[in-house]
Design a protein around this ligand. Sequence first.
Ligand SMILES: [Zn+2]
Ligand SMILES: [Zn+2]
Length: 319
Amino acid sequence: MRPSLGKGVPLTLLGVLLRRDKIEKIKNDGTGSFSGDCTAGQIRKSTYVYVMENLITYEALWRGSIFVVILAAMAIWELSAPARRTEIPRLIRWTNNFAMVVLDTLVLRLVFPILAVGVAAVATERGWGLFGWLSFDGLGAILLGFLLLDLAIYAQHIVFHKVPVLWRLHRMHHTDPHFDMSTALRFHPIEIVLSMLIKMGVVLALGLAPVTVILFEIALSGTALFNHSNARLPAWAEKPVRWLLVTPDMHRVHHSELREETDSNYGFCLPWWDRVFGTYRDQPKFGHDKMVIGIGKFGERREQWLDRLLIQPFRPDRK
Ligand SMILES: [Zn+2]
Ligand SMILES: [Zn+2]
């Protein structure tokens, strides 16, 4: 099954990273269906086809290696310049938060025969969804699809805060008494399964291309690691970066124990939705050094172990 890749999108920057002989091969294989001398536009097109196909073929490798690189970079950043300190040993939180993401990955693979990227491949192949009906593809479809996926994740995040039974699941992410890049890995498996179902629904309804989903998932997991980092951007960089991405200072407000601060800054990747829909909060009331992280419950050392994290949604709020 070969998903539609869109047309005529210049990705010269990525193209220069590729070997020229690979591009020649595409030309001669018929993927680009060129013969003889090629124009610059044809080379760009075959480069684009190659990059997109490479991304789809080696999806797991791309996603895994980018994830590991960002994870390592964020770990080095927060270890060298931590924004806040905690009494709970890093070994306990990191071991259990990492175990959670491994478990989440296994559960997803066991529950679903195909994931969101597979759904996108089927939808694109069969022309399903809004973009399919409108025959909308290319760079415009990738950008708009990316934006709409991010908006959907923002809306989903609000729903998981407002609906009590869903809050029980999402609460586990917020009961981390500290805030560092390992917090980005700490989501309950049931929340992960429900999120995947919602994402699949959005992909199907819009008819998004696999490449859109892959790029979005790479961006989402990368920015989640970035904006949960226990580090702070220098003051001169924080404001401009915050116009493009959710920064650690912006997302840390969302992990505040104060309810009005927990109910703000829902964005994970792009910071614009909070500003558009009035849920944006610039800084925590008591400042980043003095603000309390968590929800005032389940913050003890023993509660950070995998077994307790897994049963936490089924335990009542303690006074
Ligand atoms: Zn939340
Ligand atoms: Zn968070």
